[in-house]
Design a protein around this ligand. Structure first.
Ligand code: AMX
Length: 426
């Protein structure tokens, strides 16, 4: 099977031509409208950007290149990376070629360790991850080749090269951040015979002889890899990349967006909530106690972490995948049992409360309990795992954006006075 580079060399020119024809023929047709509420409300639902890697359907959840995420849970993250980029799952030789491509690029420059070592003991792990990616910008192949001059149709090639370098190195960087920031000991070298996420699990240094932890990291990396183009991290990466800032700048920007508590940082809040329940009731509470605790939380004006979503209106299939993993691997774990009890009770509480448009769990409701089961109890680290996975989606979107020749982003902003004037005339 063709390498990613060869496959995209065939696919991208064809896609570019068909998009040029589409714009030529239908460029003036209207696909969306914007209301005043949307302009102030985070542009929810406004259709004004392109993302071919994945789609989030309110009643189905994440669909990657036409395949529902629950049909991809047995795949390796590198297979899903290939799928995101090309629209096809690789065969065995395609996976091997990609794994070799990543292994050739996995050595992290020593200055990255120096920079991370120089960061304070209180640096947030996400700041460390974003900094590590950004500091490697000096070696960007895209920036270098752009300086030397190249055709616009060739941009995607060095962008793909930078993307492969980031993907190849991110497990070692993320694992180092865990070990350094939480005093877990020396950095662990990767093994030659392991897959990308298997190596990630190995370098984290979790003591597990069953192989279940490596499977959890593989699953985690698949489930968080992409979620359309409009979420904060994907959009930040896309916007920065549209200025032809190289992938190191763009992914670092995306990771900074992921660090917000309404986005990727939410997963650490979820586990905190579950542990609060355990602490309060000295273990797994009765159903009625959980319901009472949920009402106490809501009545004090707080949200129930892990529930609700801006787009989804059903149980997030990624939560379902984590729950199934937990039921198989750690059904007797108290923390997992509380997650399961919350799943059985919170949707009805939120429906009765009547505020949340989606009373069902999102991806963050369950993932922390599984990491906790394997001894990764430092919640501040969880978003780094999310970020390592989301880099696959951000980079796929970036390579395709350059391959399709997308323009620099420049939507028109308007003043409140202008909106008031328009509104007064309606
Ligand atoms: N608990 C209590 N109230 C909730 C709620 C929850 N889990 N989810 C939504 N609501 C409330 C909102 O606060 C809002 O209240 P208001 O009318 O008083 O302002 C109302 O319901 C309507 O909100 P919405 O349209 O249903 O949600 P949204 O699109 O504005 O926000 C989200 C989506 C995820 C930020 C919100 O559901 C939330 O805060 N959930 C808890 C935090 C969380 O789990 N975040 C993870 C998101 C996934 C991710 O990106 N990682």
């Amino acid at each position: 099977m063709a390498s990613l580079q060869n496959k995209l060399s065939v696919l991208l020119p064809k896609s570019r031509e068909s998009i040029a024809r589409l714009i030529n023929e239908y460029g003036d047709k209207v696909i969306s409208q914007v209301t005043i509420k949307q302009a102030y409300g985070g542009m929810r639902g406004v259709k004004a950007m392109i993302c071919d890697t994945s789609l989030v359907e309110p009643d189905k959840g994440l669909i990657i290149r036409g395949i529902p995420i629950l049909d991809l849970t047995q795949k390796l993250p590198e297979e899903v990376f290939y799928l995101l980029l090309t629209g096809e799952l690789p065969d065995a030789s395609g996976v091997k070629t990609l794994q070799n491509d990543l292994k050739e690029r996995q050595d992290v420059p020593s200055y990255v360790w120096d920079v991370l070592n120089a960061m304070g003991d209180d640096a947030h792990p996400m700041t460390m991850l974003s900094t590590a990616i950004l500091v490697m910008q000096r070696d960007s192949v895209f920036s270098n080749e752009y300086r030397c001059g190249m055709s616009k149709t060739e941009y995607w090639k060095p962008v793909l090269e930078d993307a492969l370098r980031i993907v190849a190195r991110i497990p070692a960087i993320a694992a180092f951040i865990y070990r350094k920031r939480f005093n877990k000991g020396q950095r662990i070298e990767p093994k030659a015979d392991l897959d990308w996420a298997g190596n990630f699990a190995h370098m984290l240094g979790v003591n597990d002889t069953t192989g279940n932890f490596a499977d959890l990291i593989r699953l985690y990396m698949v489930l968080h890899c992409d979620h359309e183009g409009g979420n904060v991290s994907a959009h930040a990466c896309h916007c920065v990349g549209s200025a032809l800032s190289d992938p190191f700048y763009a992914v670092s920007a995306g990771l900074n967006g992921l660090s917000g508590p309404l986005h990727g940082l939410a997963n650490q809040e979820c586990l905190r909530f579950v542990l609060e329940v355990r602490e309060k009731y000295g273990g797994v509470p009765a159903k009625q106690q959980i319901i009472d605790f949920a009402w106490e939380t809501l009545n004090s004006g707080k949200v129930i972490p892990g529930y609700g979503h801006a787009v989804l209106r059903v149980t997030d299939p990624r939560f379902t995948a984590f729950r199934e993993f937990g039921l198989k691997v750690c059904p007797d774990d108290e923390v997992f049992q509380i997650v399961d009890l919350l799943f059985q009770t919170i949707p009805d509480v939120l429906k009765e409360h009547g505020h949340a448009q989606n009373p069902y769990p999102n991806v963050d409701a369950g993932s922390g309990s599984l990491l906790h089961h394997f001894g990764i109890t430092e919640f501040d680290y969880y978003t780094v795992l999310f970020g390592a996975s989301r880099a696959l989606g951000m980079l796929s979107q970036l390579v395709l954006s350059r391959g399709l020749g997308e323009a620099i982003e420049r939507p028109k902003s308007v003043r409140t006075a202008w909106i008031k004037e328009i509104a007064s005339k309606l």
